[in-house]
Design a protein. Structure first.
Length: 169
């Protein structure tokens, strides 16, 4: 925890590895399954949000990268889902994405795996519990989402006012 607090990195256990027993009890998957499951298979994938992108040419599609202790997952969130699940999309530090596996194999050297998102749920509460149990402080708030403009907007940008989060289980 001290490593994450000081540098945002650690040679110790990944936060998702510490949470894995809870995630397993909730029946959630991991990023390894994106490569193993057949295209079209449904998965519930939790991950720490590394990056959110909405290129101007994407017609409202948002691309997310999430991380767990096994690797990273690429999420594709179409405009209607992004609008409906906007609060989770913009504010989650730990996100649960439900959707279908998509694999692109044509015209690429290496297969590209994505999760086409049907639902986003903010489960940052799991990190908050980790910070209290493991470090007694605000570890998750300070240490996760350093590349996240939602948490640290550029000077002059407007921070969105979001409704209070609900408890999802």
């Amino acid at each position: 925890m001290d490593d994450y607090r000081a540098t945002g990195l650690t040679l110790g256990r990944h936060p998702m590895a510490i949470l894995r027993p809870v995630l397993d009890r909730l029946g959630l998957g991991d990023t390894r399954q994106l490569g193993r499951f057949r295209p079209g298979a449904r998965i519930r994938l939790p991950g720490i949000v590394l990056m959110r992108q909405r290129p101007g040419t994407s017609k409202g599609v948002v691309f997310l990268t999430v991380e767990d202790e096994f690797g990273v997952g690429n999420l594709v969130v179409f405009a209607a889902i992004a609008e409906r699940d906007r609060q989770a999309l913009l504010s989650a530090r730990l996100m649960l994405a439900e959707g279908k596996v998509e694999r692109v194999t044509e015209h690429v050297e290496v297969p590209v795996n994505h999760l086409i998102v049907a639902r986003l749920i903010d489960r940052s509460d799991l990190l908050d519990g980790l910070s209290q149990a493991e470090s007694g402080g605000e570890w998750a708030e300070r240490s996760l989402g350093g590349a996240d403009e939602v948490r640290r907007p550029e000077p002059g940008s407007r921070r969105p006012v979001l409704p209070k989060s609900r408890d999802f289980q």
